[in-house]
Design a protein around this ligand. Structure first.
Ligand code: CO
Length: 140
């Protein structure tokens, strides 16, 4: 019904600069994009992996959601993000199927994309982010 592609796998880290340096040294990969997303309390960087991405997340403070995640669970997998063509339709579908949504309405995330989180209970303890990526214009 919906075309889900894997947009990114997100890893929570204590030190974004150090993590990026490790990715560069070990895998030769440089970030495509780096951004502070104040609303989510993170600084994030995207690394291209084939047609998808690894997203590294560093909390801006210890009380942000990712900060609390790090203090209780340590560094590691934070969420997976699935790209959808129509996030509103995907949310209505999930809701109609009884899925527990963290965001009932999309909000704006990194890269200006519309995003919404689905409760980890709906996917074996893994937080899922839906992403409707806005097409990148050539003129800006
Ligand atoms: Co994400």
């Amino acid at each position: 019904m919906f075309a889900y592609n894997l947009d990114h796998v997100a890893i929570a880290v204590h030190d974004l600069d150090a993590a990026l340096a490790e990715y560069s040294r070990l895998y030769g990969s440089e970030p495509l994009h780096r951004e502070v997303v104040g609303e989510q309390g993170v600084e994030e960087a995207m690394i291209a992996v084939g047609g998808s991405h690894v997203q590294l997340l560093q909390p801006l403070d210890a009380e942000s959601p990712v900060g609390r995640f790090l203090s209780t669970r340590g560094e590691g997998l934070h969420h997976i993000a699935l790209a959808v063509a129509d996030i509103d339709a995907a949310l209505r579908h999930l809701e109609s199927e009884g899925a527990r949504l963290i965001d009932r309405e999309p909000r704006i995330g990194g890269r200006g994309a519309k995003i919404a989180f689905v409760h980890p209970k709906q996917f074996a303890g893994t937080l899922v982010e839906l992403v409707e990526v806005v097409s990148e214009g050539t003129d800006d």
